[in-house]
Design a protein around this ligand. Structure first.
Ligand code: ADP
Length: 402
């Protein structure tokens, strides 16, 4: 096999991975994607090639794959025969938090890992899992180039106004800021816009990343100026199981009046709220759309209502809006949600083409609509591979010069 780049996205109980071949002209072509899920409970590795043919579907007992490093071993065992024993040239990792200092991807070394470890208190559920495979590769293959790509980096272009909470200065100085997340997805959309919609690529664009996590980003000329997510990935829109924007007084009430622990509240805010909490049925939009239960309707109405509210505030941040982009699982696949959102922001000048929307076309607004409405599938892994390749080439050049 030709040279390749491995992309790793490690969560709390799963590792997602994709292998990209580096073709001539540095074109990246995905060779396969897979994930190992149920780490520590019911481990299963599943991988498919670009034609969706199954390359692997194996399950183990929990003690065989107790943690993320063990899961990584299984991924490597799967990879070996697939790549003919030839190691990837580099590994690109998704890392949720780059803190105030990282506005770009970075080549990993021990110093970078130490800096990223200091950010664990700001993303305790995600950062340790992101770092586990990085450390495992550093130990086993210290010379293999690794690159960290951050969900926060794309938003470091925010002005100080957008970056702050109205909190005492000391908290800002120690890093309590509105970081924003899903940056790799927004960056990918920004990269695609000039070819998908050249007329508006330099304009004022609101992008809604609506997946199991959900947020929105205001971009001017492909740069992020504002986002609905803040200090953590809990803020902003309601999500599958996360609450979204919440009065901090609710947390005080739960702690002081109901005696709930910080851990219990954290668990509820991440796992029992959002569409799941509102509907009492499911966090999955497909299930809610097919349900006749009024609570399912309430949850979806709430979701669309909050997206419309956020659009108003993001448009205010940009002094207007030229385009609205839907992306991620719900944004790419749920015409009913897109229609409900666009009807709510018709006052801003978004005119939906019902037919185009039903057919999942790229442009779903009517000709002459003041706001161009688009559906663009995101590809965070390709964004990571692209960054990794770029840094790999720059690194090789530096080595040559040295
Ligand atoms: P993540 O990568 O964060 O896990 P995705 O971007 O894959 O999330 O989005 C997952 C969500 O997308 C699911 O929870 C589901 O609600 C929604 N989804 C996926 N396919 C459809 C569909 N055909 N119709 C409506 N919603 C869908």
């Amino acid at each position: 096999m030709t040279e390749s780049i491995l992309v790793i996205n490690a969560g709390s109980s799963s590792i997602k991975f994709q292998l990209f071949a580096i073709e001539s002209g540095d074109r990246l072509e995905r060779r396969f994607k897979g994930q190992i899920e149920g780490v520590g409970t019911r481990p299963r590795l599943f991988a498919v090639n670009p034609n969706r043919e199954i390359l692997s579907d194996v399950t183990w007992s929990a003690p065989d794959v107790p943690d993320v490093p063990a899961a990584l071993e299984k991924v490597v065992e799967f990879l070996r025969p697939q790549i003919g024993g030839r190691l990837p040239c580099a590994v690109g990792h998704r890392v949720v938090h780059g803190g105030p200092m990282y506005s770009d991807p970075v080549v990993i070394n021990a110093r970078v890992v130490a800096q990223l470890e200091r950010l664990v208190p700001m993303a305790p559920l995600h950062q340790p899992n992101n770092l586990a495979p990085i450390r495992a590769v550093l130990e086993r293959r210290p010379h293999l180039l690794q690159v960290a790509c951050f969900d926060t980096a794309f938003h470091r272009s925010h002005s100080e106004l957008a970056d702050r909470f109205a909190l005492p200065e000391q908290l800002y100085a120690e890093g309590v800021r509105r970081y924003g997340f899903h940056g790799l997805s927004y960056e990918y959309i920004a990269m695609r816009l000039p070819s998908v919609a050249p007329d508006i690529a330099q304009g004022r664009v609101v992008t809604a990343h609506l997946g199991s996590g959900a947020s929105m980003c205001a971009m001017i000329d492909g740069r992020s100026v504002e986002s609905t997510m803040g200090f953590t990935a809990l803020d902003g829109l309601p999500m599958g199981t996360r609450c979204g924007q919440l009065d901090p007084g609710v947390i005080l009430y739960l702690m002081m009046e109901k005696g709930q622990s910080a851990k219990a509240i954290e668990h509820m805010l991440y796992h029992d709220c959002g569409l799941k909490g509102l509907s009492g049925i499911s966090n999955d939009v497909r299930e809610l759309l097919s349900s006749q239960d009024p609570r399912a309707k309430l949850a979806l109405d709430y979701f669309c209502y909050r997206i419309a509210l956020a659009t108003g505030s993001l448009a205010a941040a940009m002094g207007g809006i030229d385009a609205f982009v839907f992306t991620a699982g719900i944004g790419e696949n749920a015409p009913a949600i897109r229609e409900a959102v666009l009807r709510r922001i018709a006052w801003l000048g978004a005119e939906i083409s019902v037919q185009a929307n039903k057919k999942n076309e790229t442009c779903i607004s009517r000709k002459g609509s003041k706001v161009t409405c688009l559906v663009i599938p995101t590809n965070e892994e390709l964004m990571i591979a692209t960054h990794t390749l770029r840094l790999m080439r720059a690194h090789a050049l530096q080595e040559k010069r040295a």
